[in-house]
Design a protein around this ligand. Structure first.
Ligand code: AHM
Ligand code: MG
Length: 333
């Protein structure tokens, strides 16, 4: 079988569709290289002094793991010097990170969750990196947080790496979704799945059931209907999976369908859900839509939400279209 590398894919995609200019290609390759480095650290585990807590908290008040901090550093360092970026933003940093003056300023802005699924690091369960690419507004001189406040529809690329039994990179530049597997011996990304498509129908759902007592009525109704199985209103038996790494849950859904939910609940109205719009929900929503699925916050398309702040949280319902449409419909009733 002829192997297509990430670089070859990006070059040919540009030739065919004119949607990956050289600076965007550099950006994607640099992010992919950083993910390779993170994957290497992840693989070392206890042998690499990467497990456990870093002894600090991030802006969301979550305890940072060593690997959260290490992955953030890897992505920042890798992306600073190339001249392709104007600024970066991360789950692990309170404010945006403009490119230092000693480097040229580029036309893109990169957002990332450097290490998603932090609770799984120390127990050797799949984790990942999620990223989103926006264009800097025309004429921007000194980037501010306001420049990042663009809806997800404005993303020019989005992707994630999943560090599991295999390390994979799933990427969209707005023309379908492709998956690359890391060849660990060669150190290269090889195209292994083209044009990924999420099955429209599903019998599998993912939600943290331990929060059930806090959910709002539409989510209660929907999950109860699924649990009722074949003799219930939905007329089929469902299966449940919850990995507690969004990357791993989304990766399963991309491959065999399903619905992923992290709803808002009745606990704290100032925290609508757990997941962050700009570097978790938006990139995953773009990937899922590009693969024929749907992604909403229960009421509207995630990609249409006008962001108001960098670390904004949103409810997330994404995956197989028919199921996302159903639970979104329940919210409207
Ligand atoms: P993180 O970015 O701090 O790792 O948090 C996000 C993760 C998601 O990957 C996952 O879907 C969710 O949190 C799991 O939450 P819970 O611990 O409630 O199961
Ligand atoms: Mg995360």
């Amino acid at each position: 079988m002829k192997r297509v590398s990430l670089t070859q894919y990006l070059v040919e995609e540009q030739r065919l569709h004119d949607n990956i200019p050289a600076s965007l290609r550099l950006l994607i390759e640099v992010v992919a290289r950083a993910c390779k480095t993170i994957s290497h650290s992840v693989g070392k585990g206890a042998l690499g002094d990467i497990l456990g807590s870093a002894g600090s908290e991030n802006v969301q008040g979550e305890v940072q793991k060593k690997l959260d901090v290490i992955s953030n550093e890897i992505l920042l360092e890798a992306n600073e010097w190339g001249g392709h970026l104007a600024a970066m933003a991360s789950e692990e940093m309170e404010s945006i990170h403009p490119i230092p003056n000693r480097y040229p300023m580029g036309e893109y802005m990169l957002l990332f969750d450097p290490l998603d699924g932090s609770s799984n690091i120390d127990v050797n369960v799949s984790i990942g990196t999620i990223f989103s690419v926006l264009k800097a507004p025309e004429g921007m001189s000194a980037p501010t947080e306001a420049d990042f406040m663009q809806p997800g529809t404005q993303q020019v690329a989005a992707g994630y790496a999943v560090y599991g039994p295999q390390t994979m990179l799933v990427l969209t530049t707005g023309n379908g979704v492709n998956c690359f597997t890391l060849d660990r011996e060669m150190g290269s990304w090889v195209l292994t799945q083209k044009g990924m498509q999420i099955p429209v129908e599903t019998k599998e759902f993912a939600i943290n059931m331990s929060n059930q007592r806090h959910w709002h009525p539409p989510v209660q109704r929907y999950v109860n209907e699924m649990l009722a199985g074949k003799t219930g209103p939905l007329g089929k038996d469902y299966n449940m999976r919850w990995i507690a790494s969004m990357v791993a849950d989304v990766h399963r859904i991309l491959n065999r369908g399903g619905i992923f939910m992290y709803p808002a609940d009745m606990r704290d109205p100032s925290q609508p859900g757990k997941l962050r719009l700009m570097y978790e929900a938006n990139p995953m929503a773009m990937i899922v839509e590009q693969a024929g699925g749907a992604a909403t916050d229960g009421r509207q398309r995630i990609l249409d939400i006008p962001p108001t702040k960098l670390h904004q949280r949103v409810p997330v319902f994404l995956g197989s279209k028919s199921e996302v449409d159903r639970v979104t419909g329940y919210h409207a009733e």
